[in-house]
Design a protein around this ligand. Structure first.
Ligand SMILES: [Zn+2]
Length: 253
């Protein structure tokens, strides 16, 4: 069935609707909901015939990638690709602060307060949508291109006691990103390997294994004193994560 116009009881005009996907059959039930930002959602229950009862696996790829959470990027890959970070929170932060200030000035119980509250909720929803969109696109691309994706678990990331980084982890939504990688990998019969024990991914030279005693976050590039390799801090970490992930696969850890 081609998705077309939607009429609900008593509506003469079709609803102004944005379809998220095509319907696979006539819906057997329709649920309409409204979120705190005042947006309406229509969910339809449809039947579809799945091949072998599940989404189809992707052809086997011979590519493996390690990814690391960056300070400036959502992630950096062992191939040297930097994702960039939408940083929507930052872009909208000032607007949000302004709207929240307006809200605090409104009298409790007034209709102006209700309107201001809705504006704040709408902006929050917009930020969440942009963030979700970016992580979905990125996780889809990584799973499409690689048979195995190695990541450090959030548990390890949480061990880094750096308030700046901690805020960024929340901003970049690392946990959600890893969750998306995992279910997309499962559908495609590809693999996400989580490294959940401590591993000096940033401080170790991916070339020769030399480990620095400390490497402050401010140092973005360094030269290995042993093998003289020149490293971009984040790409080097992603390379180490890839190595550790593959070692775990082989060793069954
Ligand atoms: Zn080295």
């Amino acid at each position: 069935m081609k998705s077309g116009q939607l009429f609900i009881a008593k509506s003469k005009e079709p609803l102004s609707i944005r379809w998220s996907r095509e319907l696979s059959s006539e819906p057997s039930s329709i649920t309409i909901s409204k979120d705190r930002a005042g947006r309406y959602f229509v969910s339809m229950l449809c039947e579809f015939e799945a091949k072998r009862g599940r989404p189809s696996p992707m052809p086997i790829s011979n590519k493996t990638v390690g990814i690391d959470l960056g300070l400036h990027d959502l992630f950096i890959t062992s191939d040297g690709e930097k994702s960039g970070n939408p940083r929507h929170t930052k872009r909208y932060e000032r607007k949000l602060a302004y709207l929240q200030r307006q809200l605090s000035k409104k009298q409790k119980g007034s209709s102006n307060r209700a309107k201001a509250k809705l504006k704040v909720a709408r902006l929050h929803a917009k930020i969440a949508d942009c963030r979700m969109d970016a992580t979905h696109k990125a996780s889809r691309k990584l799973i499409n291109e690689n048979q195995v994706v190695c990541v450090e678990s959030l548990k390890v990331k949480g061990m880094i006691k750096n308030p700046k980084l901690a805020k960024h982890i929340a901003d970049a939504n690392w946990g959600e990103f890893v969750r998306q990688l995992q279910y997309k990998a499962e559908w495609a019969e590809r693999q996400v390997v989580e490294i959940d024990r401590f591993f000096p991914s940033s401080k170790r030279c991916s070339g020769c294994g030399f480990v620095h005693e400390s490497l402050p976050l401010s140092i973005r590039e360094w030269e290995c004193p042993e093998c003289k390799a020149h490293h971009d801090r984040d790409i080097n970490a992603a390379l180490n994560i890839k190595t550790a992930g593959l070692a775990g696969l082989v060793g069954g850890a």
